[in-house]
Design a protein around this ligand. Structure first.
Ligand SMILES: CC(C)(COP(=O)(O)OP(=O)(O)OC[C@H]1O[C@@H](n2cnc3c(N)ncnc32)[C@H](O)[C@@H]1OP(=O)(O)O)[C@@H](O)C(=O)NCCC(=O)NCCS
Length: 396
């Protein structure tokens, strides 16, 4: 594929903003006026363009944030709005754009990059792999019996109060894959495109135990409730939120939210009158192997040592040996070193992404040809990367 040395990645200066808006609104098929609102939310400093001789040929939106793994927030460069002008497509321009962005993100200290793909093939060519999923949970409130929870106090609040953010963080850190949100994602929660929302908190004895952010919209015959966020730290609060959602049943035929398939809320749902649908895979790229391994958390009590040989096809700066030892849930990672007598495993960058998040077990990766490891190494990897299936509530 052509190396595209004449195409350069750069930040966006004021004259390029309108041109990038034009390129991306055409690429994604939305009115050009909406690009301005989108870019303001994202921050002009987070836009990147690929230019040839001053002319914008493609671009993307960066969303710097974190993702929770093992109870720690690992820095990740979220990516949205990847677009290339039609006349340049099919020549490796998007791949070049992605790899240029990834090198810059690595230099800035990011450990991972995360995105929702429109094409898996494109992002695989830049070293991303499917690494988790987002599910839609939908119920008909007219057929969902949830008792009242009189001991819980419900209140509407305005904006996104600090204690609501703190409660999200406290619950999200326990869910592998959940986003450590920045302002861009929080804005998507409270101001989703084309809808207005209300936020309700749930307290008990004066202490906040949960909240829900939702919008209610009337359709042709009946209405629907779209929940953009919900969290609870007690069963009491989760049941009170479910009851509040069911209270829309006089008009609503659908209540929908996104998240994990087996979280507190789905587990408290009665009967079978709801659906859980996998709507979006997310893909992850390990941008800096040493940083990704040393900044995540690990299962409590996990121990052992292993030499991991990484063979990274598109970011060779990641390739090489890593001596990894875990003691009491903390990792020591030394790049460029092997551990004498310790089990060994060899993995590519895409297998590593799927392993890292807990999306795929070692036998799946080995059968796919993405991991070479003997039984001892596989047992260690499965113990180290074990946990709930990686999910997220947020689309970006
Ligand atoms: C998707 C898009 C960015 C691809 O740009 P591009 O410059 O043509 O992509 P590249 O030529 O760099 O493709 C890199 C690889 O991905 C593959 N690929 C690219 N788009 C693909 C698609 N839609 N479906 C399947 N494979 C695709 C290419 O075949 C190539 O594979 P190869 O390395 O095996 O040859 C461009 O078509 C576009 O702007 N589309 C509209 C917006 C969009 O969908 N963006 C993605 C949002 S997540």
């Amino acid at each position: 594929m052509a190396p595209h040395r004449d195409l350069e990645l750069s930040s966006v200066l004021e004259p390029d903003v309108a041109r990038l808006g034009d390129v991306l609104s055409h690429a994604f098929g939305f009115p050009p006026d909406e690009a301005k609102i989108w870019f303001e939310r994202a921050g002009i400093e987070n836009l990147r363009v690929l230019k040839r001789g001053g002319d914008v040929r493609g671009g993307l939106v960066e969303i710097p944030m974190g993702q929770w793994f093992g109870g720690r927030s690992v820095s990740t460069m979220g990516v949205a709005g990847v677009g290339v002008v039609p006349e340049e497509r099919g020549r490796g321009v998007a791949k070049h754009l992605m790899l240029s962005m990834l090198r810059e993100a690595r230099a800035r200290g990011f450990a991972l990059s995360t995105l929702y793909p429109a094409s898996v093939t494109l992002y695989r060519s830049a070293g991303y792999e499917r690494a988790g999923a987002r599910f839609a949970i939908e119920l008909d409130p007219r057929t969902c019996e949830v008792p009242r929870v009189p001991e819980a106090t419900l209140a509407e609040v305005s904006g996104t109060p600090e204690d609501v953010v703190a409660l999200y963080d406290a619950t999200a850190r326990r869910c592998p894959g959940y986003v450590d949100r920045g302002p861009y994602v929080w804005a998507r929660v409270s101001r989703p495109r084309g809808r207005s929302t209300k936020t309700f908190t749930v307290s008990h004895a004066g202490a906040l135990e949960g909240y829900v952010v939702l919008s209610h919209a009337m359709g042709a015959a009946d209405s629907s409730v779209l929940v953009t966020d919900l969290a609870a730290t007690t069963s009491r609060a989760a049941r009170a939120i479910l009851r509040l959602l069911v209270e829309y049943r006089s008009l609503a035929s659908s209540v929908k939210w996104h998240g994990g398939a087996s979280d507190l809320f789905t587990n408290l749902l009665p009967e079978r009158h709801h659906t859980v649908t996998l709507t979006d895979w997310f893909m992850v790229r390990v941008v800096d192997v040493a940083r990704a391994l040393s900044s995540r958390g690990w299962p409590r009590g996990a121990g052992g040592a292993l030499t991991l040989e990484v063979d990274d096809a598109s970011m060779p700066e990641n390739s090489g040996r890593y001596a990894i030892s875990l003691e009491d849930g903390a990792a020591k990672v030394v790049a460029g070193r092997a551990l004498a007598g310790a089990p060994r495993a060899t993995i590519g960058e895409r297998g590593l992404a799927a392993l890292y998040t807990g999306h795929a077990a070692s036998h799946v990766l080995a059968d796919a040809g993405w991991l070479e490891a003997d039984d001892d190494a596989r047992a260690l990897l499965d113990a180290w990367f074990a946990g709930a299936y990686p999910t997220t509530r947020d689309f970006f």
